[in-house]
Design a protein around this ligand. Sequence first.
Ligand code: HEC
Length: 136
Amino acid sequence: MTRPVLMGLGCYLALFAAMLGQNTAYQPDPDWRAPEEAASKPNPLANRPAAAAGGKKLFLRNCAECHGEDGSGILKKHSADLHLPVVQEQKDGVLYWKITNGNPDRGMPSFSKLPELERWQLVLFLRTLKPADKQP
Ligand code: HEC
């Protein structure tokens, strides 16, 4: 497909998503960057996929009010669509650091009050979300 056609398609998709209230146009804040040391931390629960179920409960309790129950973001809250490749491409350590520290200036609170393992459980759950363009 040619570039203009693709761009046109992108606009339609964004418009459709906006009607659903999702935030598919979300772009991460370039100034919100995890230090290298935090970014390279592996998820200690990586080989415990069953822990993602607990992560989902934590997500519904702490995160769904802004990111939606399915994690696709809420346009009005400017929250991230967590299915997007721009989010999923980031390392576990980076997502953990972002959940821990938040980006209060742009509306994402810090969750440093949650126990460390619960934060890693949340990261595990985020990995179960499919990229938006792969949804049926
Ligand atoms: C009060 C609303 C609110 C709550 C509650 C909230 N978030 Fe967010 N979240 C946001 C907003 C707004 C952004 C976008 C921040 C930005 O633009 O930099 C965001 C961004 C993120 C990002 C980063 C995307 C990126 O830019 O890389 C992740 C990951 C995330 N949230 C996960 C969570 C998780 C997990 C929880 C629950 C523990 C949670 N959020 C709870 C509002 C919220």
